[in-house]
Design a protein around this ligand. Structure first.
Ligand SMILES: *Cc1c(COP(=O)(O)O)cnc(C)c1O
Length: 376
């Protein structure tokens, strides 16, 4: 094919690697532990519909986790039948559509609980909910048993199924002797015990994100909620030997123009880079609108066949300039790599993120919709 027909930027997403990552997690779970695949934010940029269809077909996940109702509806519209839980707040006007589509809601206020009960009664259809406890994360959720119990009493109606109760850990990436995760679990456990004293039991008690699933097997409980791990990243400080996770995508951008500059030539907006010697510069068809943070300007490299080629000048919205002097064989139409699986010769997203005080999560989610997703 004529190179001018090729994607300006693309990411190859390897479903087999996703399946491997899931299987590796399942090796560290007990048979009874329910596996939730967290595919919020378009599956951290990888494409939620495509990956959900694949996981459903392979029966790889028991549950999918989303942040917002719109994300869950997108999956239902695509025919996904797996149970779905929304972690974030919903608009009161969205409750009907959650109930009609069998989407579980997270409840953390009496107001929301009453609205759900009212809507379920008038629709004559079961609403599905999970109670959210804030045991120390400091975001949504109630922190006191009295508040949780009040919400429980409102929800405790024939038209509402209280499927579960959960909390979220703030700092499970390491496991020091005096870690905050243990403290959070104590807060959560005390609330669970107080429910038990009233003879109230929950089917799905859950707490662990990826980091806690790896670092705190004693807190797996009934279900784990694995996000970043699905996509091949281990956020813990533990050396990733046992788990053997692989990043599931490789991101590349195409060279659109190549040219030689003399020494002393400025490149890009603001003229923040000057060539110190004659230089061969490639322009590629990807920029900050595609998710390459502008902060990486004059800091990070793209790669060609494992060789690092520095970004020169400020990253533009749609284009980036790369010092390609070291690669005489490069041609217009060749691809330079952004991040991906180190085993395939790519930089890791984590390594790039560290240059700018960001995270693998942020770089993955930032990948824009103009980057063509190609599934294998
Ligand atoms: C995003 C999220 C997760 C997944 O977190 P990872 O660190 O990506 O595994 C789990 N639970 C909740 C409530 C979340 O918001």
């Amino acid at each position: 094919m004529d190179f001018t027909e090729l994607s300006l930027s693309k990411t190859k997403i390897y479903k087999k690697k996703l399946l491997n990552n899931i299987q590796n997690f399942k090796k560290i779970l007990s048979k009874q532990t329910t596996f939730m695949a967290v595919i919020k934010a378009n599956a951290y940029g990888h494409g939620a519909v495509e990956l959900a269809q694949f996981m459903e077909e392979k029966q790889a996940a028991d549950y999918f986790g989303l942040a917002q109702l719109g994300e869950a509806l997108e999956l239902r519209k695509a025919g996904i039948e797996t149970p779905l839980l929304i972690f974030n707040a919903v608009r009161l006007s969205e409750i009907d559509s959650a109930i009609e589509n069998n989407i579980s809601l997270t409840v953390f206020s009496a107001e929301l609980a009453s609205a759900i009960v009212n809507r379920a009664e008038s629709l004559k259809k079961q609403a599905l909910v999970h109670l959210k406890i804030d045991s120390g994360m400091g975001r949504i959720g109630v922190s006191q048993f009295s508040e949780a119990y009040k919400i429980y009493q409102i929800l405790n109606s024939p038209t509402v199924t209280i499927e579960g109760i959960y909390t979220h850990f703030a700092d499970a990436t390491h496991r020091d002797p005096k870690n905050f995760t243990d403290e959070q679990f104590k807060v959560f456990k005390r609330i669970l015990d107080q429910f038990e004293e009233k003879d109230i039991h929950f089917n799905l008690v859950h707490a662990c994100n990826t980091a806690a699933t790896i670092n705190f097997p004693e807190y797996h409980l009934d279900m784990v909620r694995v996000g970043i791990g699905l996509y091949g990243f281990n956020p813990t400080s533990l050396e990733d030997q046992k788990l053997n996770l692989q990043p599931i995508q490789n991101v590349d951008a195409r060279i659109t123009h190549l040219k030689d500059f003399p020494a002393g030539h400025s490149i890009g907006y603001g003229r923040n880079f000057f060539s110190s010697e004659p230089m061969k510069v490639a322009t590629i068809g990807m920029g900050y609108a595609d998710g390459v943070p502008k902060a990486l300007s004059n800091k990070a490299c793209f790669r060609y066949q494992g060789k690092n080629l520095p970004i020169v000048g400020d990253i533009c919205m749609d284009q980036i300039m790369i010092d390609s002097s070291k690669e005489v064989s490069l041609k217009v139409g060749d691809y330079l790599s952004y991040f991906g699986d180190p085993a395939d010769g790519y930089s890791s997203a984590e390594e790039l993120a560290q240059l700018i005080n960001s995270s693998s999560y942020e770089l993955l989610c930032a990948l824009g919709r103009r980057v063509d997703r190609i599934y294998e």
